[in-house]
Ligand binder design. Structure first.
Ligand code: HEC
Length: 87
């Protein structure tokens, strides 16, 4: 039991590290062309995760911000969020 706890304490921070690493590469390949130049810079975003998820899934009608719901799973979008928000 004690060993299991040690294992969990060891693994949990590594999982969140992995998520934001995945998120960073997804962001660089799919979002950075716009979000480091013309569109708002969203690195360090103050949006909460559910608002972020909703915007990325549905896009913003009438703007260059498209819908990504057919391209990414919720988990992938949350990985991007984890990278951008530092959470
Ligand atoms: C073709 C250019 C383009 C691409 C690619 C793009 N975006 Fe956007 N995005 C925009 C624009 C333009 C806006 C601002 C829309 C507006 O005026 O509300 C925006 C807005 C957003 C917002 C809302 C920002 C805020 O504070 O209101 C989020 C979050 C966002 N984008 C995330 C992403 C993510 C994540 C990706 C990659 C999966 C992505 N975008 C790809 C152009 C783009």
């Amino acid at each position: 039991m004690f060993k299991l706890l040690i294992l969990l304490v060891y693994l949990v921070p590594n999982f969140s590290y992995a998520d934001s690493t995945v998120g960073e590469s997804l962001f660089n390949r799919n979002c950075a062309t716009c979000h480091k130049r013309t569109a708002p810079n969203i690195i360090g975003t103050k949006l909460n995760s559910s608002t972020f998820l909703m915007i990325v899934k549905n896009g913003r009608a009438g703007t260059m911000m498209g819908s990504f719901k057919s391209k990414f799973s919720d988990d992938e979008i949350l990985n991007i969020y984890s990278y951008l928000s530092g959470k």
